[in-house]
Design a protein around this ligand. Structure first.
Ligand SMILES: Cc1ncc(COP(=O)(O)O)c(C=O)c1O
Length: 382
């Protein structure tokens, strides 16, 4: 399959016709268990926690889209990250980008630290700080690029080149761009993670997560986490992601076009005090975005100055729904401080730049002129 271009892979990788019936869509195997041929002799599957034919197809598709060896899907993005961090051992040192999705920080601070895994947050834009943080027990550097919600980028190739010298692995949360717009493995990353809930599924109708492995050792480790801890994705939700993936390239083109248009419009609006979107030339990391990404996507954050201003904005938008999450066909707007980053203390939020006046936009695939008109009328009421 790897000889095919991206849009072809999206339709065909893992999605070949069912050998039994010729069905062009991957069947949903709603079976917890599978009949054996004899003692210890299965027909490829024995129990759906360990493996399921529908899940196998999604895992083939995701490995192909990310250019990895294997993929391992979980019941949510957080279940995938839990499996990644949970596959470390007590005494291991884990470095995490200082600015990540609030759920990732919550998992690290309230769960993973209790396992005796040492967690350290580092500003990965500062390679000297990263080099100084590496120690013999460091096993993993976890990157989120762009970050949720401030769209800060990490130079993935530079981080990989630096930490690989010490035998440390790099995992990249690629949720905000999807494999259509960023290929971390091609930049040197060892593991890619996604919340498939977002762009990969694309229709806001199911949660899911994935870890893409590049080595046999990682594949065995992540498969063990699926089987041993059991946080796997159900066959029906695997089918939904498989269906979403077929239109990922097309959807991402529209997300990209709309994201750029909305960001351009907002960048000159007097009520928008600051806009965070790496596609704008004024963004401090625009050059890095051009170098390492295949597009800028449709996620952005705006500073409106106060919680009250965000409240008025969210009450006034009509097409943009006031809802958490992102990456679906519909446009969403949300107040990061009380949604995605509610788990962080006020001090920690301010330290990383998430103010009460910040609103995050996930620009959908509607008509861009309608979206801009909606934002215009809502900002007039701020
Ligand atoms: C960047 C990022 N990573 C991981 C997650 C967690 O994914 P899920 O909600 O599917 O558990 C999210 C959720 O918003 C996210 O934005």
């Amino acid at each position: 399959m790897s000889e095919y271009k991206y849009s072809t892979l999206a339709v065909h990788a893992g999605q070949h016709p069912d050998p039994l019936t010729g069905a062009v869509n991957v069947p949903v195997y709603l079976s917890s268990t599978f009949e054996l041929n004899g003692i210890g002799a299965d027909k490829g599957w024995d129990y759906s926690r360990a493996g399921n034919p529908t899940r196998d197809r999604l895992e083939l598709a995701l490995a192909a889209l990310e250019g990895g060896k294997t993929a391992h899907v979980f019941g949510s993005g957080m279940a995938a990250i839990s499996a990644l961090f949970g596959s470390l051992k007590a005494g291991d040192h884990l470095i995490c980008s200082h600015n990540v999705y609030g759920g990732t920080a919550r998992l690290l601070d309230l769960v993973i630290k209790n396992y005796g895994i040492e967690v350290e947050y580092v500003d990965l834009a500062n390679l000297d700080a990263l080099a100084a943080a590496i120690k013999p027990s460091t096993k993993l550097v976890h990157v989120e690029s762009p970050t949720n919600p401030l769209m800060q980028l990490t130079d993935i190739a530079a981080v990989c080149a630096l930490v690989h010298k010490s035998g440390v692995e790099v995992s990249v949360d690629n949720t905000f761009l999807s494999p259509a717009l960023q290929s971390p493995i091609a930049l040197g990353a060892d593991i890619v993670m996604h919340s498939t809930t977002k762009f990969l599924n694309g229709h806001s109708d199911g949660l899911g997560g994935v870890l893409v492995a590049t080595t046999e050792e990682q594949a065995a480790r992540f498969h063990l986490m699926q089987k041993a801890s059991g946080g796997i994705l159900s066959p029906f939700e695997c089918f939904l992601v498989l269906r979403g993936i077929k239109t990922l390239p097309l959807r991402m083109k529209q997300h990209e076009e709309n994201g750029r248009a909305v960001a351009e419009y907002l960048s000159t609006h007097p009520k928008v005090q600051k806009i965070f979107y790496p596609g704008l030339k004024s963004h401090p990391q625009h050059e890095l975005a051009v170098r390492q990404q295949k597009g800028f996507g449709s996620m952005m954050a705006l500073e409106l100055g106060s919680r009250e201003a965000v409240g008025r904005f969210l009450a006034a938008v009509k097409l943009f729904l006031n809802a958490e999450s992102l990456g679906g066909v519909e446009s969403l707007a949300s107040h990061s401080a009380t949604t995605t980053h509610a788990a962080l203390s006020d001090e920690r939020r301010l330290e990383i730049g998430i103010t009460q006046g910040l609103v995050r936009l996930s620009v959908g695939i509607e008509d861009k002129e309608d979206l801009i008109a909606d934002l215009k009328q809502a900002l007039a009421q701020v």
